[in-house]
Design a protein around this ligand. Structure first.
Ligand code: EPZ
Length: 423
């Protein structure tokens, strides 16, 4: 296993190029199950979760070939519709094949994803919506067994909670269904928007893209001709590197970004006193000569402040002069980075879903452990300004969602090495 060794308090300088969005790539790879042609997907990030999903499709019989900067996915050879536990347990977003497999083949078995470090993460809303569309669903021996021999039919679905992958699953299921499906209380994340746009470009009639009410006219089981497309930039990766510039008080430019996907994050950085130069596809954060201001953050669905940036802002808030408050409203256990930050000297107290961060704390390097994807990046940010050296262990969490993080940071001056744990 690898770990990151980071020497703190180095300024950063230069520019970082953002990769394609992991959370847009996953549904769009699953969407290839709806295609009759080979789907060319460009700008996929080289991260573990993408490799896992492509392996899952390959296990079902699909052909996935990486060529240069893109992947070609041919699902015409799929001869199996069982997504097995060994793969699904490593990446819960595998649930995204449920809707496409069911709507195309009329049956599938998908291992229940189970919870994960940040929460129980049920998929009841996915299953309830598919049953409303005519699926018969049983849970047997840890698997979802879904059948819709006559195909799925459109209907009106009201999501009790906004669910990103739930919306993606039902949009894809509806794309080949009989009749029109309305999704009320749909997720509006840019990753869901791109999925809808690619489907619309492939002939699926979708109204309300980007809004909370989607209407999808199904193709009556006809497979789609899907033209090649490029994955949108990863807004969470971009936000993470902006926090790296902020916490080290550096001049740092983020290129190949999509600023309009980051409004709530950029607003919080400005609220903390940072100055940003925002251009069409790049954002520059500038050093400040006054203390960082404390901040109040409540995580909510897009376009509000994203839960996936919560841990990173907590690390940054340890360097603000004053008391910051962060409330996590989406996941029940997304504060596991707190104890690791405390070990580095952060003064943070927890009361239920609310963290109170008393800054400014002097952080010192330590051995710390990554617990989940975004918590890992928060520890990297803290290590960049901690006095001394930090070893971040279990960085397989980080590798799930950040493409070449240590290379990107090293290229702008961070003292970071990827080393092998002693046997
Ligand atoms: C997506 O997860 C993202 N993952 C997560 O990013 C992100 O944190 C999350 O959306 C929220 O923005 C991918 O897109 C692959 P949800 P998802 O369904 O779809 C509850 C990262 O770091 N819920 O929107 O699984 C659920 O428990 C990852 O990149 C139900 O109760 O999240 C949660 O409280 C972490 N029943 C809330 O809804 C359901 O059937 C939002 O979950 C589904 C969800």
């Amino acid at each position: 296993m690898d770990y990151l060794h980071i020497k703190g308090s180095s300024k950063l300088k230069g520019s970082i190029e953002i990769s394609g969005a992991k959370n847009a790539s996953l549904p769009l790879i699953a969407m290839s199950i709806l295609a009759k042609n080979t789907v060319i997907i460009k700008n996929l990030p080289s991260v573990a979760d993408i490799k896992t999903l492509l392996k899952l499709l390959t296990n079902l019989g699909a052909k996935c070939n990486f060529e240069d900067e893109h992947v070609a996915v041919d699902t015409s050879s799929i001869n199996e519709t069982k997504a097995t536990y060994d793969i699904v347990k490593t990446m819960r977003a595998s649930i995204l094949v449920l809707g496409p497999l069911l709507t195309r083949f009329g049956h599938c078995e998908v291992s229940l994803p189970g919870g994960c470090a940040i929460g129980q993460r049920p998929i009841d809303l996915h299953l309830k919506a598919l049953e409303q569309m005519g699926a018969e669903i049983d849970i047997r021996a840890g698997y979802i067994e879904a059948r819709a021999p006559q195909g799925l039919h459109g209907c009106e679905i009201i999501f009790d909670k906004i669910t990103v992958t739930g919306t993606a699953n039902i949009v894809m299921a509806a794309a080949l269904a009989h009749g029109e499906t309305s999704i009320i209380n749909a997720a509006r994340e840019p990753e869901v928007v791109q999925l809808c746009e690619v489907l619309a470009n492939s002939g699926v009639e979708i109204e309300g893209i980007g809004t909370a009410v989607l209407k999808i006219k199904g193709s009556d089981g006809k497979l789609l001709e899907i033209d090649e497309f490029e994955i949108i930039p990863d807004r969470i990766e971009a936000g993470t590197y902006l926090c790296a510039g902020a916490i080290t008080n550096s001049e740092l430019t983020i290129n190949k970004a999509e600023p309009k996907h980051l409004d709530s994050v950029l607003a919080k950085l400005e609220e903390m006193g940072f100055c940003l130069t925002i251009e069409d596809k790049s954002i520059t954060i500038h050093p400040i000569d006054k203390p960082i201001k404390p901040v109040k953050i409540v995580t909510q669905e897009y376009p509000a402040f994203p839960t996936d940036m919560q841990a990173q802002f907590m690390a940054l808030a340890t360097q603000a002069e004053g008391v910051s408050i962060i409330e996590e409203r989406l996941f029940e256990n997304r504060f596991m980075h707190v104890s690791e930050l405390q070990r580095m000297g952060a003064d943070i107290s927890l009361n239920g879903h609310t963290a109170t961060i008393n800054g400014k704390s002097k952080l010192t390097g330590a051995d710390v452990m990554a617990t989940d994807l975004r918590a890992s990046s928060a520890l990297v940010l803290a290590a960049l300004i901690a006095e001394g050296e930090t070893d971040i262990h279990r960085i397989y969490h980080l590798d799930r969602g950040y493409d070449a993080l240590e290379k990107k940071l090293k290229a702008v001056g961070a003292q970071v090495e990827r080393l092998k744990e002693k046997a």
